[in-house]
Structures are given as C-alpha cells and as structure tokens.
Ligand binder design. Sequence first.
Ligand code: LMR
Length: 394
Amino acid sequence: MFETLKPQPVDKILALMQMYRDDPRPVKVDLGVGVYKDASGLTPVMRAVKAAEHWIWENQDTKVYTGLTGHPAFADAMIDLVLADAVARDKIAAAATPGGTGAVRQAFELIRMANPEARVFVSDPTWPNHLSILDYVRIEAVSYRYFDEASRGVDLDGMLEDLKQVQKGDVVLLHGCCHNPTGANLNPVEWDAVIEVLLATGAIPMIDIAYQGFGEGLEQDAAATRKVAAAVPECLIVASCSKNFGIYRERTGLLMVISADASAQTLNQGTLAFLNRQNFSFPPDHGARIVSTILTDPALRQDWQEELEAVRNTMLGLRRQLADELQRLSGSDRFAFLAQHRGMFSRLGTSPDKVEALRVEHGIYMVGDSRMNIAGLNDETVPVLAKAIIDVEV
Ligand code: LMR
C-alpha cells in the first residue's frame, strides 16, 4: 500500500538547518531557522524556566492526564499575557496545543468545520508553513499584498486594497507583531485602517502571535492583537511560547477563540476539546506548566521579563550594528531598513542566486527568500555578513 506514497516537499527552513549542520567549513553563519542564539551560538534555557522546572520537579506529584484543552491555569495566564483585559474572559474559549504550529493547525480545522467554503487570506509573503498547512487541510489560501520590495516596509495601500476583496465568512491571517518572514510591521495607525476593513467586510481575523516580547516589548507587541480582538465580534488568536520562553522543543502553544457573546463560548470550548481529542487527545503539559508557573509567580515573572528584555535588546543592537556597518561599507542608507524592522527576522530583499552565493562563497545561511534570523549574528559575524552582502552586490 505505501508504495503509492509520493515524496513530500521538504520544509525549506528545516532543510537549511540540516545543510548548515553538514557544512564542514569552520567559518559559517546560521541565519536560518527562527531560534534565538546568544553571542556564543547557544540557545540557552532561560533562568526562570530552569527555576520553574525545578519547582515542578519538587512539587508535582502526578503526571495523570489534564483536561482535553490543557490545564486551565495555562490558558488563563496566557490569555492575560496576550490579551490582558481587552476582551471579557467569558467570551474566550481556549485550548492548549503542541506549539504555535499546533494552534495554527487547530485553528484551520476549526475554520473548515465552521465554514467549509471559507478562504484564508495570507500576507505575501507569510510563514511558509501557514501555506503548507492550509493546502494540507484543503483550505483555499489567497494572498494579499504586504511587503514593499522597494522600501522593505509594508505596502499598506496594496494590503488594504486586496483586503477589500475579502468576503464575510473568510478569514484574514495577520501577524500580531514581528512579521515572519519580513520583519516589516504595521504601525498603530495602519492597524486601525486594517480594523476598519475587517469591520466593513465582516471577515474574521486570525492573529498569529509567535514573537511577543521580541519586537518593541511584551506589552507593545500585544497592543495590535488586543486592539483587533476588542474591535471585532469574532476572532482567532494563535500564540506560541517557543520563542519568548525559549521552550522550543516542549511544544507549547494556545489557540484562543473569541466569540461575539458569552453564550457561544461553551460551544466553542467544547469544539476545541473535540478537535484536540481527534488530533492528539491531551496536549503536552510540561511546557504549559512551566509557563503558568512563571507567569503566576511574581519573582519568576520579573526575572523572565528581564531576561526576555535582554534578548530583545541584543537583537536590536545587532540590527543597528549591521545597518551601521552596511552604511559604512556601501556609503548609502539603503540598508537602514534593517534597524527599523522588528523581531527575529529581516528580509534582505535579494534574489535567490545572491542568497545562494552568500551560502556557497561565504558560508552564510539564510532562507531562499533572503530572510535572515538576526539572532543568529554576534559582534564578530556582523562585519562578516556586511562584507559578504557588499561582496555579492546585494
Ligand atoms: C521559523 O520560521 O523559522 C520558525 O517559526 C521555526 C519553524 O518552525 O519554521
């Protein structure tokens, strides 16, 4: 039977990770997969995470199943982190999922269950796995303009024009902050314009917030998500704890479904439990418990926020350093956008053959669309990258 299987496309981001590992050259720079690395190239376990794990190890007396939608304390803590008091708690159904990707997958399944005709509008470009999962669950994806190749900022006019094609019953997927893969983000006024279109069309927003705390700060990064969620009657939010808690392999995410009124919450919550049961039954608990332990303990929370803030500032420093170095080498401001972008990524905005040349000639690994993970840099590799960018005439 299995001889009927066809080879599946390899995920380009994950394939790049393997290519980098297999490269024997001593000098190589990994700007591929979205993982934070410190100056020595290590992805550290955060202090508060270690402390929470220690606490759990000492205090947890059972590993028996939690609920189908996870431990309620995790959902409560995450809802508070992402939404604060933007939406009444009794309108929010929530389910813990295996990572942010699990939340994306469950959200798409929920959309298909609720409206088999729904289309999902995605930014051009978006995280490639959004498209891959949409295709897999057989939901039509429609691109809206987002990235302006010339300015490396957001093409707001193009975006708004394309979003006007959205119909009631469609879903608009938005990145809450730190757009992946471009690093170009909407400002608060531009978010207002997007909300206006959402309200006018009756489309449902789905906000993917995977990098809260990596852009302008924990609160600022959630501001757009809160504003959208408060403005529209129904909304989906998918949050990841992989990056801001550094617990990538623990697979910790949350899907939130906001309904127009509290009476729909019970139905939504039951549907989320059903979906979890069909796909994996109980969601992983260890990462979720780490997160709820940290968020509900004032000292741990404080320490986590400080470390996250240090991570954010390191990335900002690297952005500035790279933009300055490129300014010096090129004698122009054409790379100034690197300091304006926010989050882990920046799209350099160059052709696949230049990306290839950077890898082959300089051992610099970035995704084929020229997405760079800024956190993959350090003081020593910033000048190496800048020189290589000038060398291949990006
Ligand atoms: C990325 O975009 O690099 C991350 O979200 C990791 C992944 O799973 O692709």
